[in-house]
Design a protein around this ligand. Structure first.
Ligand code: AMP
Ligand code: GLY
Length: 433
């Protein structure tokens, strides 16, 4: 380090990484800020480096050449593939777990094993490596049931089957069609749980846990939670139905025991531990763990964060003492995802995007780029399924929602689709008080 300024590289180019970059850019301690591969949005605050987030050798060579002080890894795939290990091995500081810790997301069977050892409540699951025994179990068990590919499947490896026929089809996808490749060499058949979903992200460094504000995301494409699962169509934070008592309980009964078990296994975890929870009638249960910031939760979390994100990530990545708590703006944030036509089945690319400046001009609105591209003509076009997250901040959910949707209304592209009910239940909850 030449000065006490830190040169920071954010790996990944989605809306989550855009939110990370915007938040890091606010730190008085930030030096050079870079994004690999970056995005047209990230370029407002950072320099894009044309290296894909999956290209580990080139990323390592870049960090080495540029003597990057802190690498912050957004997506799960490079973490599971050992990017953090390769950098740490060379003496570089990284926010994100090594491959051993990232298995908590990279193998759902491993995550179950950790939860069982830690005594953490989770949906019961049986593990299969062959079609025949899986089918036999299914016929004995019946539906509804959830079929999960063990490995990473770009968020598509979880199939909630309401009927036996749907469950059989899911097993065919895994074992016969092999739609998920080796990620479904191992398949979990899991108990179906009902309740409200909640995302609780914590910054973890060794045995230290710093829980962040709770968030909720919306997985289905259509209003009223209808239609197929997506990468996430919106989110909000905080979650008014989660009071302090429940929050403490989630941290003490789920997050801390899981981290203790990770430590017991000799894993030095430095990054985000994301608990995907279902609040059932008989108590909270874990649906999944992720080894990274959530998308789109991050787009609703970080705009509210008052603490210096860079200081937090730097301390966690170096194994230094984490602060006891984080500071947040009092008002909530609501993030609405704007997706391209055909999503999630397909996605229309190359459609010009208009009105971004008008959205930014709305008081309390921030716009995060996911699938956008700026060609040589400088025109911004769509380049993926999820195109933008428009986040509204306000004093109340009613105001934050109104602002987010005013931002959404200002932006247009062909085939655009978004949900109109993001954070509606939080607004209704608020109005009943
Ligand atoms: P996951 O990637 O494990 O969070 O699964 C994606 C989505 O599938 C979750 O957000 C839930 O909506 C749903 N899901 C996963 N596991 C279960 C389960 N055991 N019961 C009901 N829904 C589930
Ligand atoms: N919001 C779900 C995820 O990040 O996996």
């Amino acid at each position: 380090m030449a000065s006490d300024r830190l040169d920071v590289l954010v790996v990944g180019g989605g809306a989550r990484e855009h939110a990370l970059v915007r938040s890091l850019a606010k730190s008085p301690r930030v030096g050079r800020l870079l994004g690999a591969p970056g995005s047209p949005g990230i370029e407002d605050d950072a320099v894009s480096v044309a290296v894909d987030s999956g290209n580990i050798p080139t990323l390592v060579a870049f960090v080495d050449r540029e003597k990057i002080d802190l690498t912050v890894v957004g997506p799960e795939a490079p973490l599971v593939a050992g990017l953090a290990d390769q950098l740490r091995y060379r003496g570089f500081v990284v926010f994100g777990p090594g491959a051993a810790g990232a298995r908590i997301e990279g193998s759902k069977a491993f995550a179950k094993e950790v939860m069982e050892a830690a005594g953490v409540p989770t949906a019961h699951a049986d593990v299969f490596t062959e079609h025949g025994p899986a089918l036999a179990y299914l016929h004995k068990h019946g539906a509804p049931v959830v079929i999960k590919a063990d490995g990473l499947a770009a968020g598509k490896g979880v199939m909630v089957a309401k009927t036996l026929a749907e469950a059989e089809a899911a097993l065919t996808e895994c074992f016969v069609v092999r739609r998920f490749g080796d990620a479904a060499n191992v398949v979990l058949i899991e108990e179906y749980l009902e309740g409200e979903e909640l995302s609780l992200l914590s910054i973890v460094s060794g045995d230290q846990v710093l829980p962040l504000a709770p968030a909720q995301d919306y997985k289905r494409i259509f209003d009223g939670d209808e239609g197929p699962n997506t990468g996430g169509m919106g989110s909000y934070s905080p979650v008014p139905s989660v009071d302090d008592v429940l929050y403490e309980r989630l941290v003490d009964e789920i997050v801390r025991p899981t981290v203790a078990e990770i430590v017991r296994r000799g894993i030095d975890y430095r990054g985000v531990l994301y608990a995907g929870l279902m609040l059932t009638d008989h108590g909270p249960e874990v649906l999944e763990f992720n080894c990274r910031f959530g998308d789109p939760e991050t787009q609703a979390l970080l705009p509210r964060l008052q603490s210096d994100l860079l200081e937090l990530l730097w301390a966690a990545a170096r194994g230094e003492t984490l602060p006891a708590a984080t500071e947040w703006s009092n008002g909530p944030a609501v993030g609405v995802v704007m997706a391209s036509g055909g999503y999630p089945g397909s996605s229309s690319k190359g459609d010009p995007i208009a009105g971004l400046e008008n959205a930014w001009a709305v008081n309390g609105v921030e716009v995060f780029h996911a699938g956008t591209h700026r060609g040589s003509d400088r025109i911004l076009v769509t380049a993926g399924g999820r195109v933008l997250t428009v986040t509204g901040l306000g004093d109340t959910f009613a105001q934050a929602r109104a602002r987010a949707y005013e931002g959404v209304a200002a932006i247009s592209f062909a085939g655009e689709q978004h949900r109109t009910d993001i954070a509606l239940r939080a607004e209704e909850w608020e109005s009943r008080r």
